[in-house]
Design a binder for this molecule. Structure first.
Ligand SMILES: *[C@@H]1O[C@H](CO)[C@@H](O)[C@H](O)[C@H]1NC(C)=O
Ligand SMILES: *[C@@H]1O[C@H](CO)[C@@H](O)[C@H](O)[C@H]1NC(C)=O
Ligand SMILES: *[C@@H]1O[C@H](CO)[C@@H](O)[C@H](O)[C@H]1NC(C)=O
Ligand SMILES: *[C@@H]1O[C@H](CO)[C@@H](O)[C@H](O)[C@H]1NC(C)=O
Ligand SMILES: *[C@@H]1O[C@H](CO)[C@@H](O)[C@H](O)[C@H]1NC(C)=O
Ligand SMILES: *[C@@H]1O[C@H](CO)[C@@H](O)[C@H](O)[C@H]1NC(C)=O
Length: 647
């Protein structure tokens, strides 16, 4: 009895297992299977991949499914002779994929955009193919990525900063591509393998990536900084000197946390001592006065002697105090110096966050040597670009410098003025930091690349630039009561919106003292400034008048004369005296000859052009008092602009 029952039970069990078995095998990631087949159909490959249509996709070579066989989680097809671009809508549909390895094939084209949907991806191995195009920015959305290997392809463009979003990354391998630009400061703590060697990168290696060995960075166009050889210094560092004052960066680095605390404590102690000393002195002085007052004439001599001995007592005791604390006070000076030699942000600082070290590490390019000093374009890590001016011949003390620059920094919200963002003052270097505007200056717009390939600058554009500049300087004069002192076309910086053109380098002349002539470009300098060497509101009006003439004639005041212009307008080596040239041409009734040929395409606006010419000529009157003031100039120009707009 028992036997048949057992047999029956066993039979039932076997049948059940027999049913279950094939059922389990047949359970299939149906959609993923279709995606895989579509991929293999569309892409040439060697016969090594034989995906048997009769068996489950989970059994296929290179395919791994999850535990209940509902999805493909890994696809590994290394060196199977895949050729050409990955067809869209195939692998990108494997939405549960965690590992994708297609290394060592001949896949080409861009990395497909639909990979952006592979949200579970942990490892992406596409190395040693022929992928081209850029590193896609959507990679930063695949925040589960642990390993990303794109090395040995033909990738171009920059490494996106957004890669920093991949906070679980342990390996980022980009070597042997054709990537360019500078390295973003990728800051991923978990990163242990990093390689960008043999690309075309340039610029300095960001602090966050310095822990990787030299071999992670070699073979690039122009990478520099630790662990590679140092970058060309942004500006020649001052001669090595033992004092903190003259070598700010070094001293900053040397100060550890504990020594900073020590220095602070010492500074406080010294401060308290000085205060105490001062109070004692004050008290003694007061007592002495009282004594003096109370003394009779006869006792005066004796009293004074007593007072003198008291005085020497103080000095000697103060000497003792100081000598007993010499180390402390020395440290305090150093702390003071380190603090003082900081880069100081002024105003809102433009939202910038960087310090002197960042600036020193930035890659820099000389923009020009101007009358106030040399300007550099500095590209900081993370792509912030600023202009740094090394001011030369600064003739004021640190305090005066700081006060003045802070004042200028307060003007940051005024339209049409280029805000000053930060400054640095040390014995050897005085820097100011300004926004970088990529479009360039009015000078290069007016005088650069004349001839073929140039888009002519029309009347309306010139008028808008003139008004924007006029408004900027008018604000400066009326709201801030500051003289610009250096108006010229190369200090007018363009923006794509011509109404928001800005004026730079304003109000700097007080820093140079009267030894250095303002407006060293002779053509813009008002005649009286040659003697007084000090610009005024009225001399600004003169310079602006020259600028208007420049806009109207297309001639640079510092350009040498050619052609039939009367030669008494020549300033010799220094160029032309634009006002005199215009006067002579107008006097001889060639008014039309005055205007830039590019403006002659607009005959209907000649009347307005003549009106602007008249305003300009009133600005360049020889006698300062005969010139209008700035708000008046702007009002007159607005009158013309209104008429231009209404016609
Ligand atoms: C797949 O199954 C079909 C019929 O079910 C059969 O004709 C074919 O030979 C099988 N293919 C392979 C590779 O086993
Ligand atoms: C099996 O599949 C279901 C849904 O498809 C999923 O929620 C579950 O986690 C899977 N189980 C395993 C062990 O993968
Ligand atoms: C960074 O990752 C988050 C998810 O963690 C994502 O929402 C965001 O879009 C990513 N940022 C970028 C720039 O891709
Ligand atoms: C890499 O791409 C460039 C064009 O961007 C192409 O000229 C070159 O042949 C490619 N190199 C390889 C090995 O495919
Ligand atoms: C890096 O190279 C790009 C283009 O090749 C160039 O525009 C940029 O100025 C270079 N930067 C530095 C710091 O040399
Ligand atoms: C980076 O890649 C290059 C080229 O493949 C190799 O020579 C170098 O050893 C690698 N460096 C590291 C740190 O992996």
């Amino acid at each position: 009895m028992a036997r048949p029952l057992l047999r029956l039970l066993l039979l039932v069990l076997f049948v059940a297992i027999g049913r279950l078995g094939p059922l389990a095998v047949r359970s299939e990631p149906i959609q993923d299977r279709a995606a895989l087949l579509a991929f293999l159909d569309a892409i040439p490959h060697k016969q090594r991949i034989r995906w048997d249509a009769n068996s489950s996709a989970c059994e296929w070579v290179g395919v791994t499914c999850d535990a209940n066989r509902t999805a493909v989680v890994a696809l590994r097809l290394p060196a199977v002779g895949l050729v050409g671009p990955i067809p869209a809508g195939t692998l990108g549909r494997l939405s549960s994929l965690r590992i994708l390895s297609l290394r060592l094939n001949r896949l080409s084209g861009p990395i497909p955009d639909d990979f952006a949907g592979l949200a579970s991806l942990h490892g992406l191995y596409l190395q040693n193919n022929l992928f081209s195009g850029g590193i896609p920015s959507w990679l930063s959305q695949l925040t589960g990525l642990v390993r990303l290997d794109l090395s040995g392809n033909n990738l171009t463009g920059e490494i996106p900063f957004a890669v920093s979003n991949l906070t679980h990354l342990t390996g980022l391998l980009l070597q042997n591509n054709r990537l360019s630009g500078s390295l973003p400061s990728i800051s991923i703590d978990s990163l242990v393998g990093f390689n960008v060697s043999y690309n075309r990168l340039n610029g300095s290696i960001p602090r966050t990536l310095r822990r990787f060995p030299e071999s992670s960075f070699v073979g690039n166009l122009d990478l520099c900084g630790r662990p590679l050889p140092p970058c060309n210094p942004f500006f020649p560092s001052p001669a090595p000197s033992p004092t903190a004052e003259e070598n700010p960066v070094k001293s900053r680095k040397k100060l550890s946390k504990t020594s900073i605390v020590g220095i602070l404590v010492a500074a406080v102690v010294v401060l308290l001592l000085v205060l105490l000393l001062f109070l004692i002195c004050l008290a003694l002085l007061r007592r002495r006065r009282k004594q003096k007052a109370a003394m009779t004439a006869a006792a005066a001599a004796a009293g004074e002697a007593a007072g003198r001995s008291g005085g020497t007592g103080i000095t000697s005791s103060s000497k003792d105090d100081l000598s007993s604390d010499v180390a402390g006070s020395g440290a305090a000076t150093m702390a003071g110096a380190a603090e003082k030699n900081r880069l100081v942000l002024v105003g809102s600082g433009g939202g910038y966050r960087f310090d002197l070290e960042d600036l020193l590490r930035a890659s820099a390019e000389v923009l020009g040597k101007g009358s106030v000093g040399t300007s550099y374009k500095a590209v900081l890590e993370e792509g912030t670009t600023v202009v740094v001016k090394r001011l030369k011949d600064v003739a004021v003390s640190r305090r005066e410098f700081e006060e003045h620059v802070e004042t200028l920094g307060q003007l940051e919200r005024m339209d049409n003025l280029l805000p000053l963002r930060a400054y640095y003052y040390s014995k050897d270097e005085k820097l100011i930091v300004l926004d970088y505007l990529p479009v360039g200056s009015l000078s290069s717009l007016l005088h650069g690349s004349r001839g073929s390939g140039r888009t002519p600058l029309g009347w309306e554009s010139r008028m808008r630039i003139a008004l924007a500049v006029g408004r900027g300087i008018s604000h400066l004069h009326t709201s801030a009561r500051i003289v610009h002192g250096n108006i010229k076309a190369s200090n007018v910086l363009l923006r794509s919106d011509l109404d928001s053109v800005v004026v730079s380098d304003f109000g700097l002349h007080p820093l140079f003292g009267s030894a250095a002539p303002p407006n060293r470009v002779a053509g813009y300098r008002a005649p009286e400034v040659l003697e007084t060497r000090w610009p005024t509101f009225k001399s600004d009006v003169y310079s602006f008048g020259v600028l208007l003439l420049e806009l109207l004639t297309g001639k640079a005041p510092n350009q040498l004369l050619t052609g039939k212009a009367p030669n008494q307008a020549s300033l010799g080596e220094e160029g032309i005296d634009l006002p005199r040239w215009v006067q002579s041409v107008v006097r001889e009734e060639w008014t039309a000859e005055v205007f830039d040929v590019e403006l002659m395409r607009y005959p209907s606006t000649e009347e307005e052009m003549v009106q602007l010419l008249q305003i300009a000529m009133s600005c360049v009157a020889t006698v300062p008092d005969a010139r209008p003031d700035f708000p008046e100039v702007v009002r007159m120009m607005e009158g013309i602009a209104d008429r231009t707009a209404s016609t």
